[in-house]
Design a protein. Structure first.
Length: 325
């Protein structure tokens, strides 16, 4: 009887061991989309650096909004999002923790006007196509504020960001707000159009982060550290003059753009070294801290009724992995 029970117990333990091993063998599911600070993952993927680092990762390519939806639905362990959009997704139940800062937008997000409009102040009384409630809307509000204006001075037309170039070309609006590649498409599509204000005018307004589910980050902390180690290998490869051309070529190929053109997209993205990112992970106010910038985004989201109540900012940020790098 005891022998039979022992065999049964050993059998169950074996099943648990197999199940646990199978679970451990599951790859991290990471979503990425068309933004230079995230397209850069392609370098590590193509070079086989994740395998070298001993971490099993499955990268899945999405349109940006679709990637957030997949993360919120539990189909991804981690995904690239702006700090403001991380709050939006979390407020709807798809809580994420920002653990890696890839970059901040440094000119790729733009307020672009049709020919004949030379300044933000010239937009008074004009129609502006912008995806209301998203980060482009926040950029526009800062552009207006920096020029002594408010949202009441213009007429907003709610337009999905990927449709803004066509809407500007149609003449239905006088200006748009968009990020690359849509901003670049608009400048090409509408001869004589001009960027009046960009994210370079407000560094730290838009941080591009990697965000993991709290459960995944807690359960697979060592794997995420390996992912981060590969990320900084990617950053070094991209920044090294000896390998930059190859890095740009890999990134450009992923999104089907000529490498010479794609360089301008990268130039508009301040991809951060480990030391730079660590500085922005320090708690503080204003745009020079991920905490301060995210608080500004939270205020914007509540004011624009994206969600009803302020979010607990610190619960969305985990600087501890950066501190261990």
């Amino acid at each position: 009887m005891k022998a039979t029970m022992k065999k049964a117990v050993m059998g169950l333990m074996g099943l648990f061991f197999i199940a646990g091993s199978a679970h451990a063998a599951e790859p991290l599911r990471i979503g990425y989309s068309d933004w230079p600070g995230w397209v850069a993952w392609e370098i590590g993927i193509e070079k086989g650096w994740f395998k070298e680092a001993g971490v099993d990762v499955k990268f899945e390519w999405f349109d940006y909004v679709a990637s957030m939806d997949a993360f919120a639905a539990g189909k991804l362990d981690a995904v690239g999002m702006t700090n403001g959009d991380t709050l939006v997704t979390g407020s709807a139940g798809g809580k994420g923790v920002m653990f890696l800062m890839n970059d901040y937008s440094n000119g790729n997000d733009m307020v672009i006007a049709k020919p004949g409009i030379e300044s933000i102040k010239d937009l008074k009384g004009k129609k502006i196509g912008v995806e209301v409630g998203f980060v482009s809307h926040l950029l526009l509000l800062n552009a207006l504020e920096d020029n002594g204006m408010t949202e009441a001075d213009v007429e907003l037309v709610n337009v999905p960001t990927n449709e803004t170039p066509q809407v500007l070309a149609s003449g239905d609006v006088d200006a748009i707000v968009a990020w690359q590649p849509s901003s670049g498409t608009a400048l090409t599509l509408v001869p004589g159009s001009k960027a009046l204000y960009t994210s370079r005018d407000k560094p730290g307004l838009i941080y591009d982060m990697y965000v993991a589910s709290p459960q995944s980050l807690a359960n697979r902390r060592d794997d995420y550290k390996k992912v981060m180690q590969v990320w900084y290998r990617i950053v070094d490869y991209l920044m090294d003059p000896a390998t930059r051309e190859d890095a740009v070529s890999i990134m450009a190929s992923r999104v089907g753009i000529d490498p010479a053109e794609y360089k301008t997209f990268i130039d508009g993205t301040k991809i951060l070294t480990k030391e730079e990112a660590a500085g922005f992970f320090k708690d503080g106010e204003g745009f020079e801290s991920i905490y301060g910038s995210t608080k500004i985004s939270d205020d914007f989201n509540v004011a624009n009724k994206v969600y009803d109540k302020p979010e607990d900012i610190k619960s969305y940020i985990d600087p501890s992995l950066m501190a261990e790098m």
